[in-house]
Design a binder for this molecule. Structure first.
Ligand SMILES: O=C(O)c1cc(=O)[nH]c(=O)n1[C@@H]1O[C@H](COP(=O)(O)O)[C@@H](O)[C@H]1O
Length: 237
């Protein structure tokens, strides 16, 4: 049985909690994600702690956004951690994205299009024209043109992005909520099954798993639901 295409967001206040979550979810999921909270508190050592002995893929979510030279340097600075995926903001522009891609050839650079916490009204407020769908597709095309091998978007746009960029780009969707779960600060959400059916390759899921009484059981439950969904559509389980 292969592990489910889920990246569990280890947004924990301390290293012990993050390492515990990582150890209980790794039998069920392909990837764990280290984000700003853990990385800024503990630094690069956090990667070895969550990778543990399992060798699970580590997704380093630093959402880099700066001038190309600075982003290239930051990307080189994390090369020794061997992250499978590193995020940059697509809005940093093509030269910045290309700088990250060239600096880190063994890591998949994932361009974050429009944060899943932003609604259509929020986009309007910050001066981004058109619907979230339009903005996401525009940034996706720009990022892929600059060499990004992966994109982050919400599950609401993933079908449109897949149609735009083709089968070879890895599509990563946060904003995933099992039916009946609270959306919390996420604005553009869908269920895990919907995200997968619409073409996502990797689902980022945090609090629906880590906020559960038993995070290992929650990860196993979502993984099983995804396997059923994959089997029923004839995709690999
Ligand atoms: O890059 C990300 O992973 C990301 C992009 C985005 O647009 N929205 C988003 O929620 N994320 C991350 O995905 C995770 C979602 O966590 P939950 O809302 O708890 O499932 C968090 O770690 C966010 O930092």
């Amino acid at each position: 049985m292969t592990s489910a295409p889920i990246a569990v967001a280890l947004d924990a206040p301390d290293l012990e909690t993050a390492a515990h979550w990582a150890s209980v979810v790794t039998p069920h999921v392909s990837t764990v994600k280290v984000g700003l909270e853990l990385y800024l508190r503990y630094g690069p050592e956090v990667i070895a702690s969550v990778r543990g002995a399992s060798g699970v893929q580590v997704f380093l979510d630093l959402k880099l956004h700066d001038i190309p030279n600075t982003v290239a340097g930051a990307a080189r600075a994390v090369a020794r951690l061997r992250p499978a995926i590193l995020t940059v903001h697509a809005a940093g522009g093509p030269a910045m994205i290309r700088a990250a891609v060239e600096a880190l050839p063994d890591t998949r650079i994932a361009a974050v299009t429009v944060l899943t916490s932003l609604s259509a009204a929020d986009l309007h407020g910050i001066g981004l024209e058109g619907s979230p769908d339009d903005a996401v597709r525009r940034l996706a095309t720009l990022a892929v043109g600059a060499g990004a091998q992966a994109l982050v978007c919400s599950p609401r746009e993933v079908a449109a992005v897949r149609a735009e960029v083709g089968p070879d780009i890895t599509l990563i969707t946060p904003g995933v909520r099992p039916a009946g779960s609270a959306t919390q600060d996420q604005a553009r959400v869908a269920t895990p099954e919907r995200a997968l059916a619409d073409g996502a390759d990797l689902l980022v899921i945090g609090r629906p798993i880590t906020g559960a009484a038993d995070p290992g059981a929650a990860a196993a439950g979502i993984a099983a639901a995804l396997r059923r969904a994959l089997t029923s559509t004839g995709r690999d389980a």
